[in-house]
Design a protein around this ligand. Structure first.
Ligand SMILES: Cc1ncc(COP(=O)(O)O)c(C=O)c1O
Length: 409
């Protein structure tokens, strides 16, 4: 028995080390991933995780929470300061659970939600049939304009007036342009709907004041802490003060049991880092790097969805540009150590595990200090790899990637 445990332990350690090596020897363009600081990692895996703390500061179901109370209070204060809000709940384990708690707080089963069609960049929790959101609520979609592939506020307003939803969702997983939250507020007010801004992806840009802040417009805001914000795996809910008690109840006991105090502390560390001037410089570079890739592709007449990027990510139509599905393109890039994800495009006819495009993001490699020149080089390598130059240029492409990895990792 002991022997077996030992060999399983070895296997576990071996795969941990292999994954560590993989992360240090590939170029990560996955828009939702990042490399948090050593301090964030320290708190994430710390002994704080040992404590059960069901409830909220000074109102727990367990004894011995005096230190955890102070940590959670500090984290809430930092979240409020960073985003300029009156209320924050820092307990959700993930973005999906944060959204689930918001729906539980504001809606009854069967109520109508209006959100962006998932093919056009929405998230599973915004109404996918296979997700709780599509099971318990009546989902209606708005879409991107078929010609411009941009949000069409007049059209959204029309649909809202027909549907009369109880909740409108804005904020996306794969939309590369700015969002006019004031217009969404007007649309929501016209039909008496709540407005949820799910800024899971753009939270870091919002915190650095480089992307519109929904605080004065949305009733509730959810975001993950592990994407552009560069913190631990988890999420936060922000809201107007009066919705606080409902949301607290929906998170606990409505949606989850004990919070993870280790992750809450790591969120505090992440917010502290995001309040520093260097963080704004980092986010500026994230934007410049994504734009450098988008500009390169456009100059090569590659189809960039919505025309460009004003965020940390861009979508490329690989089907129309290279005659490759998203799956084929992503797999071909992995062979030269560029890691990205296949992604559905607006009005995509392919299945989700095939897709017609890929999504490219700049946050992780910007953390590794790559700048505009390096992102242009990466775009060049991607472009020549996805054209039929793949076999002839494979060695040259690999050499360029190796040069970047050696220089920056
Ligand atoms: C817009 C949006 N909302 C919610 C989520 C869910 O976050 P999680 O994966 O932490 O559940 C994501 C994740 O990619 C997202 O992009």
């Amino acid at each position: 028995m002991e022997k077996k445990t030992n060999s399983a332990e070895k296997i576990l350690l071996n795969y941990y080390q292999k994954e560590r090596k993989r992360q240090k020897s590939t170029l990560n363009l996955i828009a939702s991933e990042n490399y948090p600081s050593k301090k964030v990692l320290f708190y994430s895996g710390s002994l704080l995780m040992n404590k059960y703390a069901e409830g909220y500061p000074n109102a727990r179901y367990y004894q011995g929470c005096q230190n955890i109370d102070k940590i959670e209070e500090l984290t809430i204060d930092l979240a409020k300061k960073l985003f300029g809000v009156e209320y924050a709940n820092v307990q959700p384990h993930s973005g999906s659970q944060a959204n689930q708690a918001v729906y539980l707080a504001l809606l009854k089963s069967g109520d109508k939600i209006l959100s962006l069609n998932l093919l056009a960049g929405g998230h599973l929790t915004h109404g996918a049939k296979v997700n709780f959101s599509g099971t318990f609520y009546q989902i209606h979609y708005y879409n991107l304009n078929p010609l411009t592939q941009k949000l069409d506020y007049e059209e959204i307003s029309k649909i809202a007036q027909e549907v009369k939803p109880k909740l409108i969702v804005t904020g996306y997983s794969a939309y590369s342009l700015k969002i006019d939250f004031a217009k969404f507020r007007q649309i929501a007010d016209r039909v008496g709907a709540y407005l949820l801004a799910d800024i899971a992806h753009t939270a870091g840009l919002v915190a650095a004041s480089l992307f519109p802040n929904p605080v004065n417009y949305a009733d509730v805001i959810t975001f993950t802490t592990h994407k552009t914000l560069r913190g631990p795996r988890g999420a936060v809910i922000l809201a107007k003060k009066e919705l606080g008690p409902k949301i607290d109840k929906a998170v606990f006991p409505g949606n989850q049991g004990g919070p993870n105090p280790a992750i809450i502390a790591a969120k505090a560390q992440c917010f502290l880092e995001a309040l520093q001037p260097e963080f704004k410089e980092y986010q500026k570079q994230v934007l410049k790097n994504a734009k450098a890739m988008a500009d390169y592709f456009q100059n090569k007449r590659v189809k960039v969805i919505s025309g460009s990027t004003e965020t940390h990510l861009l979508l490329i139509d690989t089907k129309n540009s290279y005659n490759l599905t998203g799956k084929e393109a992503a797999e071909r890039l992995e062979k030269i150590d560029i890691i990205c994800n296949k992604n559905m495009l607006p009005y995509d006819k392919e299945k989700p595990w095939i897709t017609s495009g890929i999504r490219l993001g700049s946050p992780a490699l910007t953390t590794r200090s790559l700048g505009k020149k390096e992102f242009q080089l990466i775009a060049e390598v991607i472009d020549s790899t996805l054209r039929n130059h793949y076999d002839t240029n494979k060695k040259e492409a690999k050499d360029k990637i190796r040069y970047l990895i050696k220089k920056f990792f």
